[in-house]
Design a binder for this molecule. Structure first.
Ligand SMILES: [Zn+2]
Length: 358
């Protein structure tokens, strides 16, 4: 389903399946969830590539493999039919950026769901029956017990949060503020809870979202409005903030709440917003650290899989994919997803032998 124009119905396109080059895997996509960044692109809130196939929170089954054999990132040889998840980008692990520890910033990075669609560059997004995983993709097998809606969230939401917590350092006996109770925020609460954090606050403008947070390991929910100040609602030291909203005012307020030596990790600022205002003197005197995370590294996806496998009965992530559509109704699925009532809308792919029509 091709994204051709901002906020215009997708166009069903029949593409032939290319033959595989070295290092490539053909995936029969089975399930894709509509991520907030897909919505930002589709509705023109950030620049997108046109035409393209959107969708990155996807899972699928191995349908074909390059003949030399392909291994998952943790060294298992892939077989036809294996259920897999893949990092949102393919990169050159020998490149300078990867060697410096930033594979997600490699030269020539190939990002699923973001690439220009052309005759020689097809099947590169989640909202299609197939996805061609390029050489340099990070692939993991999906544990059998995870349902499709749960597993689809691994390679975007949970892996990003795993990356943010990696940057935050040890959470043990620390106090954490999670800014925003969206999908990233809830994942951050639950994953932090599993890291023996002492206390977790979550803040959001939306009271219904905060009620959800109570099921994801949170201690205190803070309703915020644009007029009031977060630090007046918090009666303890804040060691770490995970900021998922990207809203300049929320970021400024979060930095104000940090205690001496505090760390804030910014993950939500992925679309254009006005600049934030920071007191450099406050950063210095309070010994604060501000870090940004964009995408994640392969180990973060592995951590996300371990987390979800261990806790899937404890935190009801499956309940957050609240509505499903078939691929042929992708436009309706986006309309529904853009209505912020839902955490995620899921898209089911037609089975292989189905004649796909739209
Ligand atoms: Zn996502």
């Amino acid at each position: 389903m091709v994204f051709q124009q901002v906020n215009k119905p997708f166009k069903a396109n029949h593409l032939s399946i290319p033959s595989l080059n070295a290092g490539e895997v053909l995936v029969k996509t089975t399930y894709t969830t509509i991520c907030t960044s897909d919505l930002h692109t589709y509705y023109g809130r950030r620049p997108g590539t046109l035409p393209s196939i959107l969708g990155l929170e996807a899972i699928g089954e191995v349908a074909d493999l390059a003949p030399e054999g392909i291994y998952s990132y943790d060294g298992e040889r892939l077989q036809l039919g294996d259920r897999i998840t893949w990092a949102v980008y393919a990169h050159n692990p020998q490149g300078l950026a990867a060697q410096r520890g930033f594979p997600q910033k490699s030269v020539g990075l190939y990002k699923y769901g973001h690439e220009l669609l052309s005759e020689n560059n097809t099947l590169n997004g989640g909202f299609a029956t197939h996805c061609l995983l390029r050489n340099g993709s990070t692939i993991y097998k999906v544990p059998g017990e995870l349902t499709p809606p749960e597993a689809a969230l691994l390679n975007c939401t949970h892996a990003t949060v795993a990356g943010a917590l990696r940057l935050a350092g040890s959470l043990r006996d620390k106090n954490l503020l999670v800014s925003g109770a969206g999908m990233l925020g809830l994942s951050a609460c639950a994953m932090a809870r599993e890291s023996r954090v002492r206390r977790i606050w979550v803040s959001d403008l939306n009271e219904e979202r905060l009620q959800q947070a109570e099921r994801f390991g949170v201690d205190d929910c803070l309703v915020v409005t644009s007029e009031d100040y977060l630090n007046q609602k918090i009666d303890d030291e804040v060691d770490i903030v995970i900021e998922t909203t990207g809203a300049p005012q929320a970021i400024e307020q979060c930095i104000d709440t940090l205690s001496i030596g505090g760390v804030i990790i910014l993950v939500g600022s992925v679309f254009p917003q006005p600049n934030i205002s920071l007191s450099a003197e406050q950063l210095v005197r309070k010994l604060l650290t501000v870090r940004g995370l964009h995408n994640y590294i392969p180990d973060d996806l592995a951590a996300a899989i371990r987390f979800l496998r261990k806790t899937r009965n404890k935190y009801p992530f499956h309940s957050l994919v609240e509505k499903e559509f078939p691929l042929s109704e992708l436009h309706q699925a986006f309309e529904e997803g853009n209505n912020s009532k839902y955490y995620r809308v899921g898209v089911r792919m037609p089975p292989l032998n189905d004649k796909f029509t739209s």
